[in-house]
Design a protein around this ligand. Structure first.
Ligand SMILES: Nc1nc2c(c(=O)[nH]1)N[C@H]1C(S)=C(S)[C@@H](COP(=O)(O)OP(=O)(O)OC[C@H]3O[C@@H](n4cnc5c(=O)[nH]c(N)nc54)[C@H](O)[C@@H]3O)O[C@H]1N2
Ligand SMILES: Nc1nc2c(c(=O)[nH]1)N[C@H]1C(S)=C(S)[C@@H](COP(=O)(O)OP(=O)(O)OC[C@H]3O[C@@H](n4cnc5c(=O)[nH]c(N)nc54)[C@H](O)[C@@H]3O)O[C@H]1N2
Ligand SMILES: [Mo]
Length: 757
């Protein structure tokens, strides 16, 4: 950690600031020819797909089709540093467990399969054969229904398909994905409302929209390449209305690093034309206000014979429950709307005017919507708003969730799911002749409960840092230490590896940037972006060590060690040639992956299709569904004296639990991550000021003691009653039962807390 500095950042997103951000991380990790080549080929047809976010890769890319954070992620993977068997000899596991997340990953790339040795409290090297044999022997003593096979959203479609197939052949459907902590609210909510669990828009819809409504997504940090798209929209006169408790710089102003005029003159483009700082969880009420205005304007139009405001042809033909929803909106009380949203009636009216004027509206959203107790209801409100004016299922309009990990959506597409109805059970039976499990597997919340209760017999993670990313961190650590076996397929060391249970293994794999040579030659892998476009990706960098195996090889190694041979599943041939895995994917999902190998390198990716985008509604009613929200505020707990809503979010210098550094540039916070961003009035009321240290403690109904100490107060432009701080440091404070209804996404954006000095 360097010196702590709190300043106000006045720059735009992008621009020289992003160059400086890169220039801090890149040299430290080593600027090699491999890194430069990977960046040059990043996100381009026939190139390599970025390991950072899931934003689309255009058919006609920019010269540099990468952003500050994509470059950091690439440098992080292609670092010069190595974590070798000697490293583990020097550092005991108990010692390593005390290292900050940043230092663990900064130590470099894992090079050898490692087994935990309790006698010396060290990880010791093993051969791959020993590793697979020991893991297979131990897993075979476990009940597959009590073993978790987690995936973190980065591994390719090929690996993910093999992993899910292995789990089901073994008899487990405990296949949670990072999506369970992320956009599962989208998967459940959009499916219920419009019959399609993902964005209905594609990248070129942004060229046709005339307004964008954005909720709870931090574009400048988490999907910076999207800023180019937004900038082009603004230049066309598109109005962007943003809702976020924090003023996130990316939604305010952007300087295009590829525009010499903007770069030399210090110019920038204004992004949002309206910025509404609502309370955490205030989206339901804010959108209700807009809908109320739309419906009342439509009522007035009907009475006076003026043109209708609601697209009533669409509503009659394509939707159900409009009348119920309209009645709910008419009855809604402005004082409730204003109180729960934290916005003035005038602000909501201004947003409604943009909505009613626009012909084609896209709604963008992220974790600020999905990670709430009533996150599904917030999402339903977004859908309701869009449906009112027929803004789904035509060009330039529709919901556009911005997904997280670079292949998180794709992992779900090829079978990593705990839900039987989403698994191709019949097809798998036919193709591979086995009986797949049909009872629902464990989602992330179930896994946490089972781990805490000591009822989980084993945990395999395909990437990720489950222990650190999940809620209820203190109890999770205790449970984690009791796991009979943990197997980590990983590129870098993290906390999940360092609280070993009875048996623990680290299996180091190739990263996506690296050349993957197998029996049939250099391999390509594939992934799916936020727009359901699928791309091939070819790594060319020299692998971090010649002892690494690819992810498909590791999954096949474990599968062969656990399963009885099945002549229908040629694990070795699949590892030799990933094209055969793609053929298996095509055979399993012919509608989405037709001619998969032939189309692998389609510029701009090939689209797997989406029924709702042409108004085919695969819902229970066969129509798009209006939904009346179950609560007026998404937080799911009442206001009380001294109770705050804690928002846990990402800094500009991290990728989830991977911490690149301590500089959250746009928020002006540098040198520490242990902060509580607080409203000025709240501080005055409590007799606190910036620089003071406080502790936060849980204020959940269950009265369990949860506390994080040593947080520095930062006076911040945030609504009263809300506090913001960083994930994963604050995950101690989130009760495991504080999760979104229906989707079970941990409710990390409104956590009930109190201040303790
Ligand atoms: N560089 C980088 N890129 C990433 C990641 C990363 O860590 N680093 N993570 C990846 C992953 S897995 C994901 S899921 C995405 C995450 O990307 P985001 O969806 O942007 O997630 P967060 O950073 O958690 O920020 C959520 C935003 O919601 C706002 N917010 C909080 N509560 C509310 C609310 O109640 N209402 C509204 N309207 N807004 C609210 C916060 O202020 C914040 O701006 O990014 C992906 N891309
Ligand atoms: N409080 C709070 N908690 C949250 C969130 C929040 O906003 N607030 N966000 C949630 C969200 S949206 C998500 S997606 C989860 C993220 O949870 P995870 O996906 O589980 O966590 P990551 O930090 O992305 O995982 C990082 C690790 O992945 C491994 N890794 C990196 N690249 C590769 C690779 O190519 N192959 C393999 N096999 N391993 C690799 C490295 O070992 C690295 O240490 O966290 C969730 N937790
Ligand atoms: Mo995510």
């Amino acid at each position: 950690m360097s010196d702590i500095e709190i300043t106000k950042y006045t720059g735009a997103a992008g621009g020289w600031g992003s160059m400086k951000g890169m220039s801090k991380v890149l040299p430290r990790e080593g600027i090699s020819p491999d890194l430069l080549d990977a960046l040059r080929r990043q996100n381009k047809p026939e190139g390599v797909m970025c390991v950072s976010c899931a934003w689309g890769k255009p058919a006609k890319p920019h010269i540099a089709e990468f952003c500050e954070n994509g470059a950091k992620a690439t440098a992080w993977e292609l670092t010069r540093e190595r974590v070798t068997p000697e490293f583990f000899q020097q550092h005991s596991v108990t010692e390593l467990e005390s290292w900050p997340d940043h230092d663990l990953e900064q130590a470099g790339r894992l090079t050898h399969p490692m087994r935990y040795d309790r006698a010396t409290d060290r990880y010791v090297a093993a051969s791959w054969d020993e590793a697979f044999a020991a893991i297979g022997a131990k897993l075979k003593t476990c009940d597959p229904k009590k073993v978790v096979l987690y995936a973190s959203g980065r591994a390719s479609l090929e690996t993910s398909y093999m992993y899910a197939l292995f789990a089901r052949m073994w008899g487990s459907q405990n296949l949670p994905d990072s999506s369970n902590m992320c956009h599962e609210t989208t998967s459940v909510g959009l499916k219920n409302a419009i019959g399609s669990p993902v964005a209905t828009i594609q990248m070129d819809d942004y060229e046709k929209c005339d307004a964008i409504f954005a909720f709870g997504q931090n574009v400048g940090t988490n999907s910076p390449r999207m800023l180019h798209t937004l900038r082009d929209c603004v230049k066309r006169g598109v109005e962007i209305v943003n809702f976020n408790p924090l003023r996130e710089r990316g939604w305010e102003r952007f300087t295009d690093p590829q525009n010499p005029v903007e770069m030399t003159t210090g110019g920038s483009t204004r992004i949002a034309s309206q910025y509404h700082q609502l309370r955490a969880g205030g989206d339901i009420a804010a959108i209700l206000g807009i809908c109320k205005i739309v419906i009342e304007a439509d009522d007035a139009a009907l009475a006076s014979g003026a043109p209708r405001v609601v697209d009533h042809h669409f509503v009659e033909q394509h939707t159900v429950r409009f009348e119920e929803f309209a009645a709910y909106c008419r009855k809604a009380d402005w004082s409730d709307i204003v109180r729960e949203s934290g916005l003035s009636r005038e602000a909501i009216e201004a947003a409604a005017r943009v909505y009613m004027k626009a012909e084609r509206v896209i709604a963008v959203y992220g974790m600020g919507i999905t990670q709430h107790r009533y996150g599904i209801d917030s999402l339903y409100m977004i859908v309701n708003l869009l449906l009112l004016r027929g803004n789904i299922g035509r060009e330039g309009a529709g919901p556009g969730p911005v997904r997280g990990h670079s292949n998180v959506q794709g992992q779900r597409t090829v079978g990593i799911t705990e839900k039987t109805e989403l698994a191709p059970v019949e097809r798998l039976k036919e193709l591979f002749e086995f009986e797949p499990p049909t009872e629902k597997g464990w989602d992330t919340v179930d896994c946490c409960r089972k781990i805490i209760a000591g009822e989980c017999q084993g945990f395999v993670q395909l990437g990720g840092n489950f222990l650190r990313a999940t809620p209820e961190h203190a109890a999770m650590r205790e449970g984690w230490a009791k796991l009979p076996i943990a197997v980590h397929i990983a590129t870098k060391l993290n906390k999940s590896h360092l609280i070993p249970g009875e048996e623990s293994w680290i299996l180091p794999c190739l990263g996506r940037m690296e050349q993957d040579m197998q029996g049939s030659g250099r391999q390509a892998v594939s992934m799916e972006d936020s727009f359901s476009h699928i791309y091939g990706s070819v790594g060319k960098a020299t692998p971090a060590a010649d002892t690494l195996l690819s992810e498909p090889a590791i999954v096949a190694g474990i599968a062969k060690a656990v399963l009885e041979p099945n002549s229908n599943v040629p694990w070795d041939e699949w590892v030799d040639d990933y094209g055969l895995v793609r053929s298996a994917i095509e055979n399993t999902y012919p509608d989405k992956f037709l001619n998969f190998n032939e189309r692998l390198f389609t510029p701009g990716g090939f689209w797997k299709g989406n029924p709702a985008s042409h108004r085919q509604w695969e819902t229970e009613s066969g129509k798009a569904e209006f939904n009346v929200p179950r609560a007026l505020n998404a937080a799911g707990f009442a206001d009380a004296e001294g109770r705050f809503r804690l928002v846990t979010l990402r800094s500009n210098d991290q990728f989830n639990t991977t911490i690149y550094g301590y500089d959250d540039r746009f928020r002006g916070i540098s040198g520490t991550r242990m902060v509580a961003m607080m409203n000025r009035g709240d501080l005055a009321r409590m007799g606190l000021k910036g620089g003071d240290f406080i502790a936060l403690e849980s204020d959940a109904e269950d009265q369990t003691d949860r506390v994080v100490e040593g947080l520095m107060v930062v006076e911040y432009d945030i609504p009263a009653g809300c506090i913001a701080g960083y994930y994963p440091e604050l995950n101690y404070l989130i009760p495991v039962e504080h999760h979104a209804l229906d989707s079970h996404v941990p409710a990390a954006k409104s956590v009930p807390v109190r201040i303790r000095r």
